[in-house]
Design a binder for this molecule. Structure first.
Ligand SMILES: Nc1ncnc2c1ncn2[C@@H]1O[C@H](COP(=O)(O)OP(=O)(O)OP(=O)(O)O)[C@@H](O)[C@H]1O
Ligand SMILES: [Mg+2]
Length: 362
């Protein structure tokens, strides 16, 4: 069986309303109960922030640092199989310092790969209905963890894109100066697009199976990566050259992974147009479960799972099916809820009470 990654310890200071929190979670199921506004989402956000260095609520570092606090800090120990890693993070509004086992990671894949978790949270409805960047981020979350060089490619691509767009916005433009960025964009852009297409193809059957599993009345989910970018670097470069006049007119680079989307369909129609609220939730959840499955397959380690406010997300039957599916896996669970009755679904869970920014085992 695939070894499961588990958080053995988490210490957080000055992150949102969490002043000083220390949690020793159970290797399997953990339930965090608290009323609205006590810090449940913030706790999961902190865990995921250490793991991805991004907020799943799309928050900036300024929004994450506790009010009146100079600096946020976290320490997280992750175990899995015969491995154990210690992640340490400090950040303020301007700077961020992240280390793994006392060192700044040399390669992105080492850091992100060792802290693979999957989150399902209320704003995940936006995976189906929101802007394309959320869907691209779903893919990138997986790829930075399983493809060596992907995180670096994203960074290099973003840097070149920013510089090229700055030139395109200029009052006068030297086409050769713009084209000087094309080889770099083509190299990194085509690699990103290739990786994303491959991953989307892999997520598709897993998402379908998960959707079936949580009973979606025979409707079929499909996902497809939509891009104007060639996957061959040479052709990509030619496409950039052909698009130059359009790019100049629109003062931005129109072709590339930054402009791509994942098209989600529901029985052949665009899901955001036809899926009901509950169906939209179930599609989003199926995508997250697919993320987990593909991460496990590609990395050989089972990620842990963070489920925020799950009782408000699904009806009772779907919630029960979800928990049955999850219980069959060995993944560590962090489940938050306002509803103490949810503990019936996780009878063996370690229980914590979240209150006014504190987290205490019961
Ligand atoms: N940077 C910050 N510093 C201090 N407090 C903050 C910061 N950002 C948000 N908060 C506050 O932290 C509290 C906890 O928010 P959080 O979203 O974690 O609550 P929650 O327990 O998930 O509530 P709900 O059940 O409503 O989802 C809220 O009162 C929020 O206003
Ligand atoms: Mg919340």
């Amino acid at each position: 069986m695939t070894p499961a990654l588990r958080v053995a310890r988490l210490v957080v200071r000055g992150f949102r309303n969490l002043d000083a929190v220390s949690v020793e979670p159970d290797p399997r199921a953990n339930l965090f109960v608290g009323a609205n506004g006590q810090g449940k989402t913030s706790l999961l956000e902190a865990v995921d922030f250490v793991a991805t260095l991004r907020s799943f609520r799309g928050a900036t570092r300024s929004q994450l640092v506790g009010h009146g606090v100079a600096q946020a800090a976290a320490r997280m120990v992750v175990e899995g199989g015969d491995l154990a890693h210690e992640f340490r993070l400090t950040f303020d509004r301007k700077t961020r310092d992240a280390t793994m086992d006392g060192k700044r990671p040399e390669r992105a894949v080492h850091y992100y790969g060792a802290a693979a978790c999957v989150v399902f949270h209320p704003q995940d409805l936006d995976l189906v209905r929101g802007s394309p960047d959320l869907r691209r981020r779903l893919l990138d979350r997986v790829l930075v963890r399983v493809v060596d060089g992907y995180g670096e490619a994203l960074r290099s691509y973003a840097r070149a894109l920013k510089a090229r767009n700055a030139l395109l916005r200029g009052a006068t433009v030297d086409p050769r100066a713009v084209a000087a960025y094309d080889p770099m964009l083509a190299r990194f852009g085509s690699a990103i697009v290739r990786a994303r297409i491959g991953l989307t193809d892999e997520l598709l059957p897993a998402a379908r199976a998960a959707a079936d599993d949580i009973a979606l009345s025979g409707s079929e989910v499909s996902i497809a990566y939509r891009t104007k970018s060639p996957t061959d670097a040479g052709e990509y470069r030619e496409a950039l050259a052909r698009a130059y006049d359009t790019d100049r007119a629109r003062t931005l680079t129109t072709i590339g992974p930054h402009a791509d989307d994942v098209v989600i369909k529901w029985s052949g129609r665009l899901a955001r147009d036809v899926a009901s609220q509950g169906q939209t939730r179930a599609i989003a959840l199926a995508l997250r479960l697919a993320e987990l499955e593909v991460l496990e397959r590609r990395s050989g380690r089972l990620p842990w799972l963070l489920l925020d406010d799950v009782s408000s997300e699904l009806d009772r039957e779907r919630t029960a099916r979800l928990f049955a599916r999850i219980a069959a896996m060995e993944a560590q669970l962090w489940v938050t809820t306002t509803d103490p009755a949810v503990s019936a679904l996780l009878p063996d869970a370690k229980r914590f009470v979240v209150h006014a920014g504190t987290v205490n085992a019961q």
